[in-house]
Design a protein around this ligand. Structure first.
Ligand SMILES: Cc1cc2nc3c(=O)[nH]c(=O)nc-3n(C[C@H](O)[C@H](O)[C@H](O)COP(=O)(O)OP(=O)(O)OC[C@H]3O[C@@H](n4cnc5c(N)ncnc54)[C@H](O)[C@@H]3O)c2cc1C
Length: 304
C-alpha cells in the first residue's frame, strides 16, 4: 500500500486537473492519478468557450455555461500565476451567416486546452497510473491501480468517458479535428449553423485548428473520411489554409451522458467517491463550475 492522501483524483484531464488545482488551492493534499489514455478528450479539444455556439441556448446547461464563461478570466489568471505559462484565453467569436455576413459575439472566447491542463498540473503530484478498483473501506477508499495502491479519505472520479468502468452512465462521442501549419490572426470562426456537425476554425499556439466530427464509437484512431470532411470545412472557413500542411490529426472521446447533463455529485454506490464526469462537448467551458461544485462537496464530506 502506498501513502495515504486526503484526496485522490482519478484522471488528470480538463476536469480532473482543474478539480485538483482548485482543491489544492483550498488547502487539500491532492494526488492525481492519470492513465494517459489515447483518445483523452482534452488533447483534441478546440477550446471554444461558446455558450451560444453548440446549441446550448435554452437548455438546462445554459446557466452553468454562462457561469463557466464568467469564471474563466480569474481562473486563467490563477493558472498563469501558478505556472508562469499562458493558457491563451482570448475573447471574440465570429459566426458566418447563411447568405454572407458575420455576427461577432465579443463575450465568448477561446483558450488552449492542453496549456490549461499542463498549467493546472504544475505544482500537483501527478502519478502515471491506470486505476481499476475503488473499494470503500472503514471510512476511506482504497484505490487500486496498475502501478500501485493508495488509500484516500476522498476520491474524485474524473476519468472522462472511462468513468463508465465505475458505473457512471457515460458513452463516447468521438471527435476528430485537424491542426494545420497556417499562421493568421484569425479569431474563432463558426460556419453557418445547419443540420450537420458544427464547423469551426481557430488560431492556436500549435496551429490552425479546424473541427470537428462526431461519431458514437470507442475508436481513437484518425480516419481518411474525417480528414476529407475537415479539409472541406477548412476550404469553407479559411480558404487560404485549404492546402496548408498537416501538423496533427487529433482524435478525442467526448464523455456524453444520455440526457446531455454532466454527472457531478456523490457516487450512488461508492461512499467517499465524488463523480465529476460526462461533460460531453463542453468540458472546457464547464470546468470552472464543476471544480467549484466538487470543492463544496468534498468540503461538506470532510466537515460532516
Ligand atoms: C474534437 C473535440 C473538440 C472539443 N472542443 C471543445 C470546446 O471547444 N469547448 C469545450 O468546452 N469542450 C470541448 N470538447 C470537450 C472536452 O474536451 C471534454 O468535455 C473534456 O475534455 C472532458 O474532460 P474530462 O477530464 O472529463 O475527460 P478527458 O479530457 O478525456 O480526461 C480524462 C483523463 O482521465 C484519464 N483516465 C482515463 N481512465 C483512467 C483510469 N482508469 N485511471 C486513471 N486515469 C484515467 C485519461 O488519461 C485522461 O487524461 C471537445 C472534445 C473533442 C473530442
Amino acid at each position: 500500500m502506498n501513502r495515504t492522501w486526503e484526496v485522490v483524483v482519478v484522471g488528470g484531464g480538463l476536469i480532473g486537473a482543474l478539480v485538483a488545482f482548485t482543491l489544492r488551492r483550498a488547502g487539500a493534499r491532492v494526488l492525481v492519478l492519470d492513465a494517459d489514455r489515447p483518445g483523452a478528450a482534452w488533447r483534441a479539444a478546440a477550446g471554444l468557450l461558446s455558450p451560444d455556439g453548440e446549441r446550448l441556448a435554452g437548455t438546462p446547461l445554459q446557466a452553468d455555461a454562462l457561469d463557466g464563461l464568467r469564471r474563466w478570466p480569474a481562473l486563467a489568471a490563477d493558472l498563469e500565476r501558478g505556472s508562469g505559462a499562458s493558457v491563451h484565453l482570448r475573447s471574440g467569436v465570429r459566426r458566418l451567416q447563411r447568405g454572407g455576413g458575420a455576427q461577432v459575439t465579443p463575450g465568448e472566447g477561446t483558450l488552449h486546452p492542453p496549456s490549461v491542463v499542463r498549467a493546472a498540473r504544475q505544482g500537483l503530484e501527478v502519478v502515471p497510473a491506470r486505476v481499476y478498483g475503488l473499494r470503500p473501506e472503514r471510512g476511506s477508499v482504497r484505490v487500486q491501480a496498475d502501478t500501485g495502491e493508495w488509500r484516500a479519505a476522498q476520491v474524485v472520479l474524473a476519468a472522462g468517458v472511462w468513468s463508465a468502468a465505475f458505473g457512471v452512465a457515460v458513452q463516447p462521442q468521438q471527435g476528430q479535428a485537424l491542426l494545420l501549419r497556417h499562421a493568421g490572426p484569425l479569431e474563432a470562426v463558426f460556419g453557418p449553423s445547419g443540420r450537420g456537425f458544427a464547423r469551426y476554425a481557430l488560431s492556436r499556439p500549435d496551429g490552425l485548428y479546424v473541427g470537428a466530427t462526431a461519431r458514437a464509437t470507442w475508436a481513437a484512431d484518425p480516419d481518411r473520411q474525417a480528414a476529407r470532411w475537415l479539409r472541406g470545412a477548412t476550404q469553407q472557413l479559411v480558404p487560404g489554409a485549404a492546402q496548408a500542411p498537416l501538423a496533427a490529426h487529433l482524435v478525442g472521446l467526448r464523455p456524453v451522458t444520455p440526457d446531455g447533463l454532466p454527472r457531478v455529485g456523490p457516487h450512488p454506490a461508492l461512499p467517499g467517491v465524488t463523480v465529476a464526469a460526462g461533460h460531453g462537448r463542453h468540458g472546457a467551458l464547464l470546468a470552472p463550475v464543476t471544480a467549484a461544485r466538487v470543492l463544496s462537496l468534498v468540503q461538506a464530506q470532510v466537515s460532516s
